[in-house]
Design a protein. Structure first.
Length: 228
């Protein structure tokens, strides 16, 4: 619920920025309902704000690159979801940073599943409601960037990451990903630095560096509940 509240606060900023970029209230709300991946949405409206409709193609490409990271999360989320085809379709729409982080941080399969769906509901409802609020009152808010709402979701995500940094390998991945993303952000289009940073985890995992036992995850090592 805390993650949902933090992310929802960020939704006000998106709603106001989208309207300022030239979208109307309904277009802004439909974007949040159907696209529902914050970074990609900001990339799209940022491009529109900078270059108008002519910048639409570059905005779409940036948004697609940022959204591609969610497909990497599906590898971890699919075994947690269970159920049939339609449950997986619904889960695919809400497989984002926050739902993946909360779900994978839980000690049992049942807790992982509850964590995923509760976070999905909290973030989806809060994000869309406050997108609408931001779009309606955007003019009254002025420059929404001065409120620092963009830091709320990042702070919540760091709070989820911190307890997992108890072994050498997760620390190496976290530090390496930060260095790669920060180094490439000034030079590459939005989305590519994130995907390159994800490559750090693949390289460290395949090499099993810095050695046996360094990758032990205290959460993942707990016994899973049997499937009902």
């Amino acid at each position: 619920m805390a993650v949902g509240l933090a992310t929802a606060a960020y939704g006000i900023s998106f709603g106001a920025l989208a309207v300022a970029a030239g979208l109307d209230i309904w277009q802004t709300c439909v974007l949040s309902l159907l696209m529902f991946t914050g970074g990609s949405q900001f990339a799209l409206v940022g491009a529109l704000a900078a270059g108008g409709l002519a910048a639409g193609p570059s905005g779409i490409i940036s948004a697609a690159l940022l959204g591609a990271r969610n497909s990497l999360y599906a590898v971890q989320v699919k075994p947690i979801i269970g159920g049939g085809f339609w449950r997986k379709v619904l889960a695919a729409h809400v497989t984002i940073d926050e739902t993946t982080a909360v779900a994978t941080a839980q000690p049992t399969l049942r807790a992982k599943r509850i964590g995923f769906w509760v976070t999905a509901a909290a973030v989806y409802i809060g994000w869309n409601l406050l997108t609408l609020v931001g779009a309606i009152i955007g003019d009254a808010l002025g420059d929404v960037r001065q409120y620092g709402l963009d830091a709320a979701a990042a702070a919540a995500f760091l709070g989820l990451l911190w307890p997992r940094l108890r072994a050498r390998q997760p620390i190496v991945v976290a530090v390496g990903a930060v260095v790669v993303a920060a180094s490439l952000t000034p030079w590459l289009p939005p989305g590519l630095p994130v995907l390159c940073a994800a490559g750090v985890a693949l390289i460290v995992g395949l090499a099993n560096w810095p050695g046996p036992g360094a990758s032990r995850d205290p959460v993942a090592s707990e016994p899973r509940e049997a499937e009902a």
